[in-house]
Design a protein around this ligand. Structure first.
Ligand SMILES: [Cu+2]
Length: 470
């Protein structure tokens, strides 16, 4: 992440917005110039220099859309268009999104703000934008056919409403949704509180990202849109580990992370080393009496969750979806289970015919990370990511919370790997080993079984070979 560059880029854009009050009536009548981003760096927070002040969020591998003030109304310009998103280094997907990116830019406003959003459609088909979770006039809800005519290609529509309640929201099309959301059309929205709210604490770091998923065949570039369950790329803001930036914080910062789920399944999001509170849902801040500490929270389809914690343990803490299929990349759907099968002979025979032939997964899928097997062009390896101690064997929905004493207030740059104090890392034991205790009483049961088999049935555990039961 490149916070300096991002900051100055934004400072220039936002600086332009300040001058709006002095420009001509003709310019005021025109559409706001759309701001486009195509890089994948996590941009530094966009500090507001017009309108009410607030503490801005940081969008993982994303950015906040600048606005202009027009006679007291915040004006934004979203452009729905085809985009190329680098999902991880060396792996690009042809998606649809907004303003050069999938997901689109985060929109940040303040409770009570009057908002005008221009939406220009540069897609090959009609679209609309639904402002997920907002209180607004029915005709601004963005459901094509029900509350408005669809926005045809080449047309621009205007949405206007007041941000009535503070909280965490999303936006996405409500027109040919199956295609458009499978193609990556979505964005995050944060409405900050106008005055001090007893249910909304001040935090030093406020991160946000969307959970999304794609089905892109190894070696190809465009998602399949008919997929209901068999997604093979599980992403945060259309990035997959190791392409997801770490969340870098200062020791003892209060940290908020806002997460929205626009995939077709739930995601139990798990943080190591700390306990968090769920301080907000789709409906706004949670009453304090309903909060309890946990380390995993499930985020169902269409939901938003805000988690908060005190980052009071230094280190590199894993932060990921706890469904193990969701921390893998580009899995073909017909990978057979090969654990425990000896392929040496077969492999030797085949390798005479096909020199590159390798056998996957005899000892578990970790082989895949280890073998660096040849994969088709433009495919993310199933599990990658090199840590300070070797392969992390993770992909997909995985990142790292980096808590550092030396991290400066307001500095979001990656501090590198944690330097563990001497004697605090698990290590090989080389002393004498006593016989470990083993469970001796297989077959224990509360009642004797009727019609017991004459011989034992022995089964082997199969590694999951399909993605159909997420
Ligand atoms: Cu998941």
């Amino acid at each position: 992440m490149n916070s300096r560059r991002g900051f100055f880029k934004f400072a220039g854009i936002a600086g332009g917005a300040v001058a709006v009050a002095s420009v001509s009536r003709v310019a005021m009548a025109a559409l706001p110039e759309p701001v486009i981003q195509t890089g994948t760096d996590t941009m530094a927070p966009l500090v507001p220099n017009t309108g009410r002040p607030y503490n801005p969020v940081v969008t993982l591998n994303g950015w906040t859309l600048p606005w202009r003030m027009n006679q007291g109304i915040k004006e934004f310009h979203l452009v729905a268009e085809p985009v190329v998103r680098e999902m991880a280094p060396g792996f690009k997907a042809h998606l649809w999104g907004y303003n050069g990116q999938s997901p689109g830019p985060t929109i940040e406003v303040v409770e009570g703000d009057r908002i005008r959003i221009f939406v220009t459609n540069k897609l090959p088909e009609h679209t609309s934008v639904h402002w997920h979770g907002q209180r607004l006039p029915n005709g601004m809800d963005g459901v094509s056919g029900l509350t408005q005519p669809a926005i045809q290609p080449g047309k621009t529509f205007v949405y206007e409403f007041i941000a009535r309640r503070p909280g965490t929201f999303m936006y996405h099309p409500h027109a040919d949704e199956m295609t458009q959301m499978a193609m990556g059309m979505m964005g995050f929205w944060v409405t900050h509180p106008k005055t001090k709210n007893p249910l909304i604490d001040e935090v030093q770091r406020d991160f946000c990202f969307l959970l999304n998923a794609y089905d892109i065949d190894p070696g190809s570039y465009t998602p399949k849109i008919m997929t209901m369950m068999d997604f093979n790329l599980w992403s945060w803001n259309s990035r997959i580990f190791p392409g997801i930036d770490s969340l870098n914080v200062r020791l003892n910062d209060k940290v908020r992370i806002r997460i929205g789920n626009l995939t077709m399944t739930n995601h139990p999001i798990h943080l190591h080393g700390h306990e968090f509170l769920v301080t907000g849902t789709d409906g706004g801040p949670t009453p304090k009496s309903t909060r309890w500490y946990e380390v995993t929270t499930d985020i169902a389809v269409g939901q938003m969750r805000q988690i908060e914690f005190l980052a009071d343990e230094e280190g590199d803490w894993a932060f990921h979806c706890h469904k193990s299929h969701h921390t893998m990349n580009a899995m073909g759907h017909d990978v057979p289970t090969l654990i425990g099968v000896d392929h040496r002979d077969v492999a030797r025979k085949i390798s005479r015919l096909i020199p590159d032939y390798m056998v996957m997964g005899e000892r578990g899928m970790a082989d895949m990370a280890e073998m660096e097997m040849p994969i088709p062009d433009n495919t993310a390896p199933m599990m990658t990511g090199q840590g300070p101690f070797g392969s992390v064997e993770m992909g997909g929905m995985f990142s790292v919370l980096k808590v550092r004493k030396e991290q400066k207030t307001g500095d979001y740059k990656d501090p590198g790997w944690f330097k563990h104090p001497a004697g605090t890392v698990a290590h090989e034991y080389t002393g004498a080993i006593a016989e470990p205790a083993r469970f001796k009483s297989e077959g224990g049961q509360s009642m004797p079984r009727a019609n017991k088999n004459t011989s034992d049935t022995v089964v082997q555990v199969r590694k999951p070979s399909s993605h159909s039961d997420h």
